[in-house]
Design a protein around this ligand. Structure first.
Ligand SMILES: *Cc1c(COP(=O)(O)O)cnc(C)c1O
Length: 377
């Protein structure tokens, strides 16, 4: 098999899908896939029965959701431009505005769809400032003090997105309580409320039963359709990036050079500074490397083949020594990787392989020199 390739595996995606279905069945809350996290549409036939539809960050995502996924299509954008809004309205059945000025500007052109507003509850639990949507001066959503008293007569729903990989159910409860405290006056006038993404409810150990109860309680109290917008939570653990070792160098630390890169294919590793899970290996913290090497264990830094000095996946202790030509598999790369991949350095773009529940694998897409050439002109 020619490397590098992404391998999407239905059997590894199914657990998250089943948990999404469980939550809908036990709470009535519908989930829409956040396309900005994962938009590899060869998987949509498999995902469709479990999800109510998609949500988007732009016209193109809204159009993809409408064309390739179907069901409910939610449109959101930090800012729509004048030449996009009509097509967004054509693609979507809900359009969510980020600000009151965008809402005022485009509300008449969105009369045919359900109109919503993003609210900012100013309470969030992102471990990273970069993805903290409720930070000081955040431009994402309208805060309670700015809402006109008659807003409930003009909109059908609201969306609040204030989490990022949040595994703590009590955090979410605090947020919901706070949303009720700040916006409880408005909620009875609405027909839907979206709690956004970033809730790790498909991960092992998340209290799905309590979670469903809390969502059902919220829906019942205000007579609302509740939505969730799982991106990461929809595709967690479903996809691998398989690479080959092209060279092994040692300038003080044994270093594997593989036929992919961090900035090109797993950009979030650079942005959020973590070592991606690698089959058969355990990541080491910086302070642990010297001791591990001294103990004689097979320790390697795994690096990409772009010219970026910091093109490093991580330093790992392996179960076995690694040989030239061997393949390595990063095991959890669906989220925010394929959507961000690029042709930096002109290195070969990983192809996309897809494995169905019967264990049959097909190559869905391969990329060639022409794709690199035609991205620019
Ligand atoms: C990014 C985003 C999501 C998805 O977030 P995940 O952390 O991937 O679940 C959902 N809704 C909105 C508005 C977003 O910006």
């Amino acid at each position: 098999m020619t490397t590098p390739y992404y391998l999407i595996d239905e059997s590894r995606m199914q657990k998250a899908m089943e948990r999404i279905r469980y939550v809908e069945q036990h709470s009535g809350a519908k989930s829409v896939l956040a396309l900005k996290c994962f938009s590899t549409w060869c998987a949509f036939d498999f995902m469709r029965p479990y999800l109510a539809g998609t949500t988007s960050s732009s016209l193109y995502e809204a159009r993809l959701g409408n064309e390739k996924f179907g069901g409910e299509t939610h449109g959101y954008s930090v800012a729509y431009s004048d030449d996009e809004i009509d097509e967004v309205v054509r693609c979507c059945d809900k359009v969510i505005f980020n600000s009151l000025s965008q809402f005022e500007r485009f509300k008449d052109r969105a009369q045919l769809v359900s109109r919503g507003l993003r609210l900012n509850p100013r309470i969030g639990y992102s471990g990273y400032q970069l993805s903290n949507t409720v930070c000081q001066y955040s431009r994402l959503g309208v805060t309670a003090d700015k809402l006109p008293a008659d807003i409930g007569e003009q909109i059908d729903g609201v969306m609040l997105h204030m989490n990022c990989e949040n595994h703590d159910f009590t955090d979410l409860c605090r947020q919901i309580n706070e949303i009720e405290r700040q916006f409880g006056w408005l909620l009875p006038q609405l027909s839907w409320l979206s709690l956004g993404g970033g809730v790790a409810f498909t991960s092992d150990g998340y209290p799905l039963h309590e979670f469903s109860n809390r969502l059902a309680e919220l829906a019942e109290k205000y007579r609302l359709q509740v939505y969730l917008e799982p991106g990461e939570a929809s595709v967690t653990q479903s996809t691998s990036l398989v690479v080959s070792v092209l060279d092994i160098v040692d300038n003080g630390l044994p270093t594997l050079i593989v036929d992919a890169g961090v900035e090109t294919h797993l950009l979030d590793v650079l942005v959020y500074r973590f070592a991606p899970a690698l089959a058969g290996a355990t990541p080491l913290e910086d302070g642990e490397v010297e001791d591990a090497v001294a103990s004689g264990k097979p320790v390697y830094r795994v690096s990409g083949r772009t010219c970026l000095a910091g093109d490093v996946f991580g330093t790992y202790v392996f179960e076995q020594p690694v040989a030239l030509g061997q393949t390595l598999s990063f095991t959890d790369v669906a989220s925010y990787s394929m959507v961000k991949k690029n042709f930096f350095n002109g290195i070969r773009m990983p192809s996309i392989h897809y494995k169905n529940l019967n264990g049959e694998t097909r190559i869905v897409r391969e990329f060639a020199y022409e794709d690199f050439r035609d991205f620019l002109s």
